[in-house]
Design a protein around this ligand. Structure first.
Ligand code: FES
Length: 136
């Protein structure tokens, strides 16, 4: 099963298209770190994005900081990052606002990796945009 939401707002990364994500060219994240290559950015469940760069994993909300459109439904992913189709805002692959009308970045969220590689995103725990979870 993919996209299970558990108590306290912790999401297991990965979801089906029925529970958010996967549209508009935004891929769906795997549930295990071995399925999330460096350079990946995609849906990690409802209202959540998961990415991986050279330093590790990061997650952030998919809710546009301009007026609250969900990028998983109303956005698109391109080479330069995420675009919000509601009013044209743009965000880098790490959530920085790079084109208005949005001027605030996407909020980053804590990511955990279990010993078996299973990824969880704690949607109740915001973190600084520079935080990465190392990949074991
Ligand atoms: S809600 Fe995203 S640009 Fe307005």
């Amino acid at each position: 099963m993919l996209g299970a939401t558990v108590a306290s707002g912790v999401l297991h990364a990965g979801c089906s298209s029925e529970d958010g994500g996967g549209g508009n060219g935004i891929p769906v994240a795997g549930t295990n770190v071995r399925d999330v290559p460096v350079g990946f950015l995609g849906s990690a469940g409802a209202r959540t994005l998961l990415g991986r760069d050279a330093a590790g994993l990061y997650a952030m909300t998919s809710i546009c900081t301009h007026n609250g459109c969900d990028l998983l439904t109303f956005g698109a992913l391109g080479d330069s990052g995420l675009s919000c189709n509601c009013h044209g805002s743009g965000f880098s692959r790490t959530g920085e606002a790079i084109r208005g009308p949005a001027f605030k970045p996407l909020q980053h969220l804590r990511v955990g990796v279990a010993a078996d590689g299973t990824i969880t995103v704690d949607t109740n725990t915001p973190v600084d945009a520079t935080v990465r979870t190392p990949v074991p």
